[in-house]
Structures are given as structure tokens and as C-alpha cells.
Design a protein around this ligand. Structure first.
Ligand SMILES: C[S@@+](CC[C@H](N)C(=O)[O-])C[C@H]1O[C@@H](n2cnc3c(N)ncnc32)[C@H](O)[C@@H]1O
Length: 240
């Protein structure tokens, strides 16, 4: 995918709440790679896990598909060509970008512009929430995970990656510092870091690891564990 450099917060402007609009869709690939430690590994894990938990003639859902990186990881590693990849995003700009990015690279997929809270999951063996649950209002998260559990076939897997927070104050402070250092090392200025933080503050709401696991258990998943963590970003695997 061609990447346009993220300069969204490089100039002093009136800050508004972060939205996944056309401007963000243009620079998203660069933004996510320079802001999320371990992003490439997360995608590689999706590619590995679809080979283990994907089943023939079923559906794989990518919820909050953005520009299509997870759909691509699913499509390029899918051992079952008769299984269908369904990407969902409620941003029109992201959906357009996603369709463009995937065109000619994978087959047997569709990208739907919809709210992930209103999807009827059918015959699913893989459902991915990569950095998306954190944007769903906290009060709606359990209902969404319950709904996902009901839509999965036995043996199917839910793959969640999220920014998380830590109850231990020292650890939270240190992880936040390291994450900011990661962004600095990737070329973001202090102004850009502060402005993005302010913009996204009330939009991206983190949970801690315990809350994630409890929610997954409440839904009925019997096997839940964190299989990958890089600083304050964690990936969870739940099998039905
Ligand atoms: C951080 S991005 C996800 C990144 C992407 N999964 C990846 O790995 O590259 C979050 C995406 O979720 C979408 N989103 C947030 N809330 C949503 C909702 N309720 N329904 C559908 N899409 C949603 C946003 O439009 C955005 O594209």
C-alpha cells in the first residue's frame, strides 16, 4: 500500500475530536505504523491465526477494517479459498480506501459500510477487532462481544487487539513514557504528539487486561489469553 506521511497534527489548528474522516483515511497507514508499537506483528499474528482457526466455507469478519490491512492479512494467508472475508467500517472514506487497497490483491471479499454493533454474524470462524473495540462506547462493549460469541461457530476464534492501561501507577507511567518515546523515535514532534493526544482523549477509551478477559469470559469464551503485547498494546485470542 502506498503511504502518505501523517502531518495531521503538525500545525497549530483548532482541535476537534478525532474522527476517521477522509483526511485520516489518506494518512492512516503511515499513522498506525508510526503510532502503534508492534502493529506489523499484530498483522502477522492474524495471518498465522487464520491458518489455524479459519474453517472451510465460512465467513471471516474484520470489524473496523479501516484501510484493509487485516483483510489483506486474512486474504493472503487464508487456506480456504471458499471462505469469505467481510470487512466492516462505518466511515465512508475508510470503506472507499479499503476497497481501493484490496482491489486485485485478494479475492472473495466484500467491504460493508455499517456500524459493527448492527452486524448479523453468520457462519463465522474468525472475527477480528484490531484496534477497534476501544472506539466503541464502553457500555456497548459487552453486548458486542456477546453478539460475536453467538455468531461464531464452535472452534472459531475472536482476535482482539487494543491499547490497554495498567492499574499499577508506576507501570502505567512507564508504559506511557515508552509509547511517547516510540512515537518520537518515529518522527513525531512534541506538538504533534500533544495535539493528537488531546484530539483522541475522549474518543479512544482503554480497558485494562483484566476487564478484557472478564468480558470475554462473561460472553462464554472458555479459552482467553493475551498472545502478544508490545508496550501498552495487547492482542487477545479467544476460542469458542
Ligand atoms: C484504529 S482503526 C482500526 C484499524 C484497523 N483494524 C487496522 O488494523 O489497520 C478503527 C476503525 O474502526 C472504525 N469504527 C469505529 N467504530 C466503529 C463502529 N461502531 N462501526 C464500524 N466501524 C467503526 C473506524 O472508522 C476506524 O476505521
Amino acid at each position: 500500500m502506498s503511504e502518505i506521511r501523517d502531518k495531521l497534527f503538525s500545525k497549530k489548528t483548532d482541535l476537534v475530536g478525532f474522527t476517521f474522516d477522509a483526511k485520516v483515511s489518506e494518512i492512516f497507514d503511515d499513522m498506525v505504523r508510526r503510532s502503534v508499537p508492534g502493529y506489523q506483528n499484530m498483522l502477522e499474528m492474524v495471518g498465522l491465526l487464520v491458518q489455524i482457526y479459519g474453517q472451510k466455507n465460512t465467513n471471516y469478519y474484520d470489524l473496523g477494517a479501516s484501510t484493509g490491512a487485516v483483510c489483506l492479512a486474512l486474504g493472503l494467508n487464508n487456506p480456504h479459498p471458499d471462505s469469505r472475508i467481510i470487512g466492516v467500517d462505518n466511515s465512508v472514506a475508510m470503506v472507499e480506501k479499503c476497497r481501493q487497497n484490496l482491489h486485485g490483491k485478494i479475492t472473495n471479499f466484500e467491504i460493508i459500510c455499517a456500524d459493527i454493533n448492527n452486524i448479523n454474524f453468520e457462519n463465522a470462524t474468525i472475527i477480528v477487532l484490531n484496534l477497534t473495540l476501544q472506539f466503541v462506547p464502553v457500555a456497548q462493549r459487552q453486548a458486542l462481544i456477546d453478539h460475536i460469541y453467538q455468531g461464531l461457530q464452535p472452534g472459531g476464534a475472536l482476535l482482539i487487539t487494543e491499547k490497554i492501561h495498567f492499574d499499577d501507577v508506576k507501570m502505567q507511567k512507564q508504559m506511557t513514557k515508552l509509547h511517547l518515546d516510540f512515537k518520537r523515535a518515529n518522527g513525531y514532534s512534541e506538538l504533534e504528539i500533544a495535539a493528537k493526544r488531546q484530539s483522541i482523549e475522549n474518543v479512544l477509551i482503554t480497558d485494562n487486561q483484566k476487564t478484557h478477559i472478564k468480558r470475554l469470559e462473561n460472553a462464554g469464551f472458555s479459552q482467553n489469553f493475551c498472545h502478544f503485547q508490545c508496550l501498552n498494546f495487547a492482542s487477545f485470542l479467544s476460542v469458542k
